[in-house]
Design a protein around this ligand. Sequence first.
Ligand code: FES
Length: 164
Amino acid sequence: MQNEFVLSKQKEFADLKEFIDSVKDTQGILMQTLQKAQDIFGYLPLEVQKFIADETDIPLADIYGVVTFYTQFTVEEKGKHRVGVCLGTACYVKGSQDVMDKLAEELNIKVGQTTEDKMFTLEATRCLGCCGLAPVMTIDEDVYGNIDPKRVPEIIAKYKNQEV
Ligand code: FES
């Protein structure tokens, strides 16, 4: 019997099948397919990995191994907004850990977790190439430089208010 997730994502699975059929005879099919699947679903739950295993004849264990090896893939659903704090050296020495701690407190989650309302996911990032702005935090595509932890509530509130 198909579970609720599969039933609610029929269109997404159909799109993924179409993609797999189009790349079936090409090199590196697994990486391409996982990337596409993550674009479609936003993450790679077990149901999606099983589907890919069935459609490609690649063993599920191999797929799971790749998904958990590469940090670009995630098996957990992400929040609507991805909040990143750069923990690269320049940002770190300028206090990015304090920014991270403040975000964790404000959102009431730890690094790598998603808020219960699925609004925010908190992540640590590597150097973003804008060290002159250290410490740096990002929300989706927006970059915030010279961040003082005191500004965190005000910045987060901006994204919460977009929803109302
Ligand atoms: S170390 Fe943070 S942007 Fe480079």
